[in-house]
Every structure is written in structure tokens, then in C-alpha cells.
Design a protein around this ligand. Sequence first.
Ligand SMILES: Nc1ncnc2c1ncn2[C@@H]1O[C@H](COP(=O)(O)OP(=O)(O)OP(=O)(O)O)[C@@H](O)[C@H]1O
Length: 360
Amino acid sequence: MHLKKLSLVNYKNITSELFDFDAKINCFIGNNGVGKTNVLDAIYYLSYTKSYFNAVATQNIKHGEDFFIIEGDYLLEDERLEKIVCSLKKGTKKVVKRNGKSYDKFSDHIGNFPLVIISPSDRDLIIEGSETRRKFMDGVISQQDRAYLQNLVNYNKVLAQRNALLKYFAANRTFDALNLNVYNEQLLELSNYIYEKRIWFLKEFAPIFNECYQEISNSKEEVSLLYKTQLDEAPLLELFEQNIGKDRMLQYTSVGIHKDDLQFELNGYPIKKFGSQGQQKSYLIALKLAQFEFMKQITGKKPILLFDDVFDKLDEDRVTQVINLVNKDHFGQIFITDTHGERTENVVKRTNQPYKIFHL
Ligand SMILES: Nc1ncnc2c1ncn2[C@@H]1O[C@H](COP(=O)(O)OP(=O)(O)OP(=O)(O)O)[C@@H](O)[C@H]1O
């Protein structure tokens, strides 16, 4: 599967553009702020029905305009063409159409045109709090298991109810253990599924990640990816009991799988504190390439790969290693942005693959 044509109208800073892509490598070259990332974001939109960078849908409409249209023509393995159109008009609901037919639920679309993006904003995975890492983990697992996503949604609903009850207790200087227990039991059942699935995920994902990192760094460093959960300390109901005083004081639930985290380590130390910029970048690229492998195994399709500004901060050796990885036949269509035309051209030439360069 690859994206053959892309047409954009009023998407962010792009008034109107039409691209005819190569089935293998496509590069967008231009100065800062010309809209290279915006084109990648539009391609991301066609797969995920939303922007990777701006969650407020209307802010993706070009300033001063009142609608945007993103249109993509995909050529499938069996030579069939599929057209995806995502459009938004101010004051109306977003529309996503596949071959002219609107989706009722956008979630039905996700996974049909698998895609992985590697971008400088992935740094949030290292520097931000645990929520960003849980989101990454949940996103990858949900693509493989829709029941997981449903359990997660239900867990968050019950958690919000439990938190509301804790607030009610505090406001009314009251307490009802039986009432609270109803939520505890529901959370137990929902979190069992999520916990088991996260353990399974780490077991499958960590070795793939490790292999990707070793290839990029030429086995110069040891990395690990660990699942951190309070459920390793005690069963959930016991944790609830131990922390009830604290929860009543805080008026929210301080223990449970909503506190889980992924620990990123380099040579046994947290990468956030002890990794160089290049090592951190390598770690993130390895994470995303592992996501690529994982998705490929699940969907049986080669996800489209978006490399936003990836070569910056990587030394020559690592750039070569990333390209060698890409060079392997198991990668499909790739989109690259860079401010240095010469650097990109040198890099893509080395892949011995067909490519197209677009100057923006
Ligand atoms: N809704 C919008 N309407 C108009 N312009 C927008 C909108 N949203 C973002 N932009 C503009 O898009 C530009 C950023 O584009 P983009 O991030 O694609 O640049 P880039 O070419 O990737 O740059 P860099 O090399 O710095 O990463 C900015 O000038 C920003 O103001």
C-alpha cells in the first residue's frame, strides 16, 4: 500500500497543493516554517483522522479560511485504488470518507492505512510525565486489540466516578466504604485485563525495540525498556486499602494502572538525565521503528513511515545505520523532511531506492 497522490486545500499554511508521490521515498526540502511538517501532518491525518501536532481540529484550518480538505489516493497491493478524504468546515462536524462513503465512527478507519511518524516532538516521551508514555503504549496495543481500548475507556469512566465519590465524601464530611467498594471491584476487573495486556506488550515489544536500537547505535550502548506498575507491589484491592487515607485527603485515586509508566534506560541509567541528545534521539527512533515492526506484524501491511527532521543531531554513522535499516526490503513508503537539501539527497542516494524530492 502506498500514497500515490495528495491534494491539500487550506490545511494549516498550505493554500492549495497537489503532490504525486513515489512509491518508495519522498523528501520535502525547504527552510524553517515553509510547511514541510504540515504536509507530513496531512498524511498522518489521512490515517488517524486527526492531526499529530494540533488536537484542536479547527486550528488546522488555514488562518482566515473556514474549511480544509485533505484528499489522498492510495494504491493497494492488489492494484486497487482507494480514496480517503478528510474535511472540516467551521461550525460543522469533521467528515472522513472512504471511496465516497462517510464513516460513522472514525475509530473504524484507524489501522486501515497504518502509519508511523518519527518527529522531534517525540522528545515529549522522554521529558514529559508518565501520561505521554502510557498513551504511546496504549496507542500501540489498541491497534492490535480493540477490547483493550474499550477496557481502558471503561476504566477511566469508573475511575472518574470513584474520584467524584471521594470528593463528595470530603465535601460532606462523610464516608461509605460499601459504596466505594462497588467502584473498587469494577476497577479490579477492568485493570486485570489492562495489566495483563501491558505485561504481554512489553514482553513482545522490548526485544524488537532493543534490536532496533542496537542496529542504530552499532551496539555501542545497552538500552532497556521497563514496565513500572504499582500492581507489582501488591494486588489492587490491597493497594486501595493501604491508600484509602491518602485518597480521601487528596480526593482522587492515587493508585492503580492509571499511574503505570515505562522506564527508559541507557546503560542502566535513566536516559532523560544521562542520555546525550543524539542518544535520546536514537532511543526515540528505535521506539518508533519498533512500533513500525509491531504494527507490520499485526496488520500484515507495511506502515507508511514519516521521518520529520530526523537526521538533525544524529552523527554520520547513525544516519547511515538508520538508512541501512530503511534500505531493508521490509520497509514500504517513506516521507522525509529536512532543511538541508544536499544532506537529504546524499542520504537517500545511498539507499539505492527510487526517490522524489519536493522543494517547498
Ligand atoms: N492554521 C494555520 N494557518 C496558517 N498557518 C499555519 C496554521 N498552523 C500552522 N501554520 C504555520 O505553518 C508554519 C509551520 O509549518 P511547518 O511546521 O510545516 O514548517 P516546517 O517547514 O516543517 O519548518 P521546520 O523546518 O522549522 O520544522 C508556521 O509558519 C505556522 O505559523
